[in-house]
Design a protein around this ligand. Structure first.
Ligand code: PLP
Length: 281
């Protein structure tokens, strides 16, 4: 398959310098965009978040975002990708290894490639399990950076316990999960952690909040505790790569009746409908 390297679509090959700051420091940003039926879902939203991450870290996106959008769509087309994701990352660039930013202007290094993946898979619609683990990340989780070691360790711990996700708690507050956002349902109210520096404001999260508003469901961006989570009627997680997955057990605790609840099921169905509609327009 082909890759995007800076502004060129070329054969996929090894092109990264050993002094790329993304490689040495995790000094870069990324996005993962879902492709359904050959169409990029919420691409503008992902590119907006990319621009925000770039600004927060003072990384210059090497060319216009309009051009980048065109190139990404071209890459999807050339690779004939129907179902899967685009992975895109931009590092601060290549420079002699010092922690501070390079003094001389260096060009950021942009790479993107596509990956075929089964989308809208229904195998987890009956619910999945998660574990709880301490949130040991820094205080700028709102930036989508390449620095993902705490997320990697969390996901690994979950995997070792045959769980799909590690849900993070910072003290008594549930923040999000290693690669997804977390929603709970209590009675007729949905709660999810507010979009501040403790979480990544997921594109899926935002779309689910909009959807709840459209469906007239009471959704609140408020913090909730570990015991709120464990005693919730329903729990689900959201991410580009998962869309929505009902969580029916956390460590040894069954959530609600141990089956996906009615709010979760309704939101999941409605969300899939939006994806199907937008990718078949
Ligand atoms: N939170 C974290 C830490 C993530 O890494 C991700 C995505 O990978 C998400 C949330 C979900 O974000 P999105 O819905 O934009 O994929």
């Amino acid at each position: 398959t082909k890759m995007l390297f800076n502004d060129s679509i070329m054969d996929r090959k090894k092109v990264i310098d050993i002094e790329d700051r993304g490689y040495q420091f995790g000094d870069g940003i990324y996005e993962v965009v879902g492709i359904y039926n050959g169409r990029a879902f919420l691409l503008d939203e992902h590119l907006e978040r990319l621009q925000r991450s770039a600004k927060e870290l003072k990384i210059n996106i090497p060319y216009s975002v309009n051009r980048l959008k065109e190139q990404l769509l071209e890459l999807v087309k050339i690779n004939g990708l129907k179902e899967g994701v685009i992975y895109l990352q931009i590092s601060r660039g290549v420079a002699e290894r010092w922690h501070q930013f390079p003094v001389e202007e260096v060009a950021p290094v942009l790479v993107a490639y596509t990956k075929e993946e089964e989308t809208l898979k229904e195998e987890e619609d009956n619910g999945a399990t998660a574990i709880l683990t301490q949130d040991i990340r820094w205080l700028r989780c709102d930036i989508k950076t390449l620095n993902l070691l705490p997320n990697v360790l969390g996901k690994q711990k979950a995997t070792e316990k045959q769980a799909v996700e590690a849900i993070f708690h910072r003290g008594d507050i549930i923040t999000e999960a290693s690669a997804s956002n977390v929603f709970i349902v209590k009675g007729s109210v949905l709660y999810t952690h507010p979009a501040n520096h403790f979480i990544l404001n997921g594109i899926t999260r935002r779309k689910v909040i909009d959807l709840c508003n459209e469906l007239d469901l009471d959704v609140r961006e408020e913090t909730y505790s570990v015991s709120d989570l464990l005693s919730a009627d329903e729990v689900f997680i959201t991410a580009t790569k998962l869309d929505i997955v009902p969580i029916i057990r956390i460590d040894e605790v069954l959530i609600g009746e141990g089956i996906p609840g009615k709010y979760t099921t309704r939101i999941l169905q409605a969300y899939r409908d939006i994806i199907r509609e937008t990718s078949n327009e």
